[in-house]
Every structure is written in C-alpha cells, then in structure tokens.
Design a protein around this ligand. Sequence first.
Ligand code: MG
Length: 388
Amino acid sequence: MPGHPDSGLAPYAAFVSASRGRAHAEPAHPYRGEFQRDRDRIIHCTAFRRLVYKTQVFVNHEGDLYRTRLTHSLEVAQIARTVARELCINIELAEAICLAHDLGHTPFGHAGQDSLNKCMRAYGGFEHNLQSLRVVDELEDRYAEFPGLNLCYETREGILKHCSRRNARQLGVLGKRILAGEQPGLEAQLADLADGIAYNNHDVDDGLRAGLITVDELCSVTLFRDEYERAGKTHAHASDRTRVSGTIRAMINRIVTDLLQTTRDNLKVAMPESIEAVRSQRKPLLTFSPEIQSLHQELKHFLNERLYRHPRVAAMTEQADTVVTGLFHIYFEDTGQLPPEHRVRADESESESGDRGRARAVADYVAGMTDRYALSEYQRLIDPELDF
Ligand code: MG
C-alpha cells in the first residue's frame, strides 16, 4: 500500500509490521513508521550532536577538513542508503543503525576506548558497541515515559553488532541472539559493512590530506593503484587532488557494486522468505566477493600499518591515554568532582553495586565527553599545561 512504511520492501527486509517491538510499548504515530521514528530520535539526541567534536582518526582541532565521528557516521549512512535502496531492504532502519553505530565512542577515537577499557578492567571492561547500546537504552534522558530512546529491537540489534559472550549473557533477548549464533537482519549486516567501506576510503583521503601517507605508498595497494591508474587515463589533465578524489570515488563504487552483486547472488541461493529466515542462516548473506574481500583487507592492512601507527597519530594516542586515564581516576576517587547529576548517578550506582557501579557511572561520563571537553577538564583538574 503506497505510503505505508513497509511498501516496496523485499520479503527478507525488516518490516515494521513484523518488528520485535520496543521495550516499552508506545502508540503508533499517525504517519511516521517505527524505524523512521527511531532514526529521528537518534538525530535529535544529545549524544548524536556530540559526535561532531569526537575524533575519528585526527583530533578535531588538527584541522577543519578531517572526518569527525559525525561526518563519518553520515558517510556510513549514505553508503548504506544506496545499498538498501537497491536491495529493497529497509532504508530507514539501515540509516538509523548507521547514524547510531558510534554514539558510544569515547573522546579521542580508538585510543580513548582502549584507555577506558584498561581503567575498567576490574569493573567489567568497556566496549564501544555496548556503550552505544547503553546510550540509546539508558543514558539519553529525554522522555518522561522511559529511559533512553526506547528504540525497536531491530535498531538495537544493529547498534550492538557484537559483544563478548560475558556481556551478552547480561543483555536479555538481545544477548540471546549472540549466544545462539543467530545472524542479525540484513539492515544490521549492511550497517556493519558500510562502516568499513566508509572508513577505509575516507581515511585514505584524510591521511593524504594530512601528509601522513603518500600516493606513491598507496600505489602498493592494488585497489588504489587500479583506480588511480584508470583515473589518470580517463582524466589526463586533472589536478592531483581531483585525481585522488576520483580514485576514492571509484574505489567506493567498485566495492559497493561488488557488495550488491554478491549479495544478490547469495539471496538467489538462500531465498530467504522473511527476516527470520535471514536470521537463521549459518552465515551473513550480505557479503563481498572473495576477491573484493581480500582487496579491501589489503587496504585495511595498509592503513593499519602506515596511518593508524604513524608517529604523529601515535603521539595523539599517548596524549589521549593520559587524559582519559587521568580523568577516570580523579572522578572515581572523588565523585565530588563530577557535575551534580552525574555525582548522584555515581552514588546511586555505587549503593546498588559497589565500586563496580561507581566505575560504570564514571566511565559513562568520561565516554560521553567530546575531545575538547575532556582536554579542558583535564587541564582544569590535573594539569593546565597539557595540550595536544
Ligand atoms: Mg564507525
């Protein structure tokens, strides 16, 4: 039926009408579908706005043109929308998952997460996927009727992506899927792959712009070299910058086209008649061909070796560790240093579950910080001289 949120979807898509629903039942909206409401709630939430000041690879103040967690999330959603439209799966659900997938990220990217995980070792650890779920399930405080954003099961399933078995045991229905080895829906599978496609490609762009990697070095990567040579032939008089842009565009296009073709082939073989049939498959149905998988892997490996471990990025990692670890300990040892509402949470959580509870409330507070807020708190409380 035209206008209905499920119209035009393939049988294996996530249908609003077949959703496993929300933890707290809510009346339907007169014209917005449930996954659309989830996407809208994510865009309006506080954690989403903070993504603009959180590091992807480069610290925000290193330059205005680098990706942040926010622009990264938008690029992930953009790629996922294209694929979802072509496969006739739920665009709004895919988009909601992509926009929320990094909500739980700490300040200073992966460096910040590793530090917080170390600080939390004795108290249950810190995983960013799980933290994204905590943000939408508990930490956002916007509705009188329920904690968090009360998102649909399918959106939460995609946001969690995966977590350790130890944590899965504490997650109720959502954790059962992980323990049982059940696949998530195609929209969740898509958000996961779109994340990798987006960062592998935009990190090439940012790394070149920052001068940390060069075109010559990148030409050791098959995927880049292929498309760079092609771009040189098609646009012989293009500037270096437009040639690189054309190369990255072509890489994304090649990967996405392969993803579509391979997934269509997988769907033809498996013929899933519903999202439940997608879930009960032994393996994900949304995949790259083995050839693109290995080319993509080669690119990822290059970035790991040359960009993420570059001395300039490593120096940032060290500073991030100092800031995150310093802040965690100062708040943990004296909750009086926290803003009043967080102090109340930490004290309540401590009376429920002791040090573990206090540590979790402190980790929630530190994880929610933007890069610049974390740095200014560190300067205020610990060392006014520290700067990046
Ligand atoms: Mg991401």
